[in-house]
Design a protein around this ligand. Sequence first.
Ligand SMILES: [Zn+2]
Length: 132
Amino acid sequence: MSHLSPDDLSTIRAAIQSQHELLVKQVHNDLDESGRTQYAEVLGRASGDSSDEALAVTLGDLSAARLGHEMRHLYELEYALQRVNAEGFGSCAECGAAIPVARLIANPAATRCIACQEVYEKTHHGQSHGSI
Ligand SMILES: [Zn+2]
């Protein structure tokens, strides 16, 4: 049983979509700023061929860390969008407690309650500079 009402879910879904949209723009801006517009287009098309390698080289010399972080957050948001209708969405992955609606709206990619997230960040010190 979910503690989230249909209204909560649609608010969260809207939050995911607007955050996702913003992040896509930000990724493109970062690529634009470094004069790599052509690679932004490559990213947008998600084409497979040999461009992957060129892209990897390019990403290496712009702020790869920031871009990597943004891309990871994008995937997290996409994953959240897939899960939002599934059973168990909004429950803590560690202890099963209900994650407060406000937390899910602010950070739809959150998979833990605040208490478990704090424990996680302490035990995985320095690995992820937690946006979650
Ligand atoms: Zn928990």
